[in-house]
Each structure stands twice: as C-alpha cells, then as structure tokens.
Design a protein around this ligand. Structure first.
Ligand code: SAM
Length: 168
C-alpha cells in the first residue's frame, strides 16, 4: 500500500465552486477558545462549509492564527445570537442545534443537508443559550459511551458537518 501524495488527493476531490445560497454554515456563537475556532475552520474547508462567528477582535485574531489552510475562508460575522438566527430563518435557513437535549436526533439518523443550513454550536461550558434553543428547527446529539459528559465542541461540530455535507 502507498499513501497518496497531497497533489493526488486534491486532484481526486469532487469539484465545487463556493456559494452561500444553499450552504452549510457552522455557527460557534459563544466560542471561548480560539483553538476550537481554528479546528472548525479547517473542517469547514474540508467539507465546503462557511463559518459564522461573533464580531469580537479576539475571534478574528484566533481565526487568523488558527487558519492552517491556503486561501481565503468564508467567515460571516454575527451580532446578537438570537437576532442573527431569526435573520437566518427569514432567509430560509434550517437551524440545527448540536446539543445533548431531550428529543434530539441521533447523529447516525441525520440526513445530508439540502438547502441552506445553519449548525449552531454551544458554549464550551454552558452549551447553547436557552433563548436560542427555542429557535432551533432540530437538535442533533452525538451518542457517547464514555465517562465524560460531552465532546469537545470542535469535534462535535466537525462530526455533524461531515454528516450534513454527505461525506460520512
Ligand atoms: C463541551 S460541550 C458543553 C456542554 C455543557 N457543559 C452543557 O452541559 O451544556 C460544548 C458544546 O459541544 C457540543 N457537544 C459536545 N458534545 C456533544 C454531544 N455528544 N452531542 C451533541 N453536541 C455536543 C454542544 O454544542 C455543546 O454545547
């Protein structure tokens, strides 16, 4: 067996031009750790998603530092989380929350996204704020068997993005 070279890997990828019209947008609206934003940005590149982040200076710095892929990434700026999500709904986005909550869809049962979809991720300690939970169309839960209460937010977001992108 032989590991493929980076050039071979890129050549074999499916071709797609970037457009936000029916796109996946991951929204870590309360992110606290820059490293998680960098990890999510890399996943966005891999699956062809955009990212929506709060307009804080430290967030822009963290994305600049954490961006390990060549070229420009598609990053949207949000404001008040609930207002931004209401606005996305008006644009026709489906709002999916990634959270361990009652009635959530298990990751394996989540179909690939068709149409513009916003994937909301919670705060590293406090999860998704309650006013935003009320605005979700659907919640997705990643089943766990370990002793930890939850996954790292960038890992959880990446798994859901892969699923919604139809790549997993
Ligand atoms: C570290 S968790 C925070 C959990 C928080 N302590 C709580 O109890 O709500 C950070 C975020 O990662 C996501 N997350 C982590 N593990 C998850 C899982 N197993 N299923 C779905 N989302 C998960 C959620 O978006 C969550 O808000």
């Amino acid at each position: 067996m032989r590991v493929r070279t980076p050039d071979e890997i890129r050549r074999d990828r499916r071709r797609r031009s970037h457009s936000c019209w029916g796109h996946l947008i991951v929204a870590p609206l309360w992110a606290q750790h820059g490293a998680n934003l960098g990890t999510l940005l890399r996943t966005c590149d891999a699956v062809g998603a955009c990212m929506a982040v709060p307009p804080h200076d430290w967030v822009s710095d963290a994305l600049r530092r954490g961006n390990t892929v060549p070229g420009r990434s598609c990053v949207h700026r949000t404001g008040n989380p609930a207002r931004w999500i209401e606005n996305e709904r008006l644009k026709g986005s489906r709002i999916i929350g990634v959270e361990l909550i009652e009635g959530a869809t298990r990751l394996a049962d989540l179909p690939a996204a068709c149409g513009r979809t916003v994937v909301v991720l919670g705060h590293e300690r406090h999860g998704i704020a309650s006013d935003v939970l009320d605005l979700l169309d659907e919640a997705v839960e990643i089943p766990m068997v370990g002793r930890g209460a939850s996954l790292n937010v960038a890992v959880a977001g990446s798994l859901v993005l892969y699923r919604l992108a139809g790549l997993l």
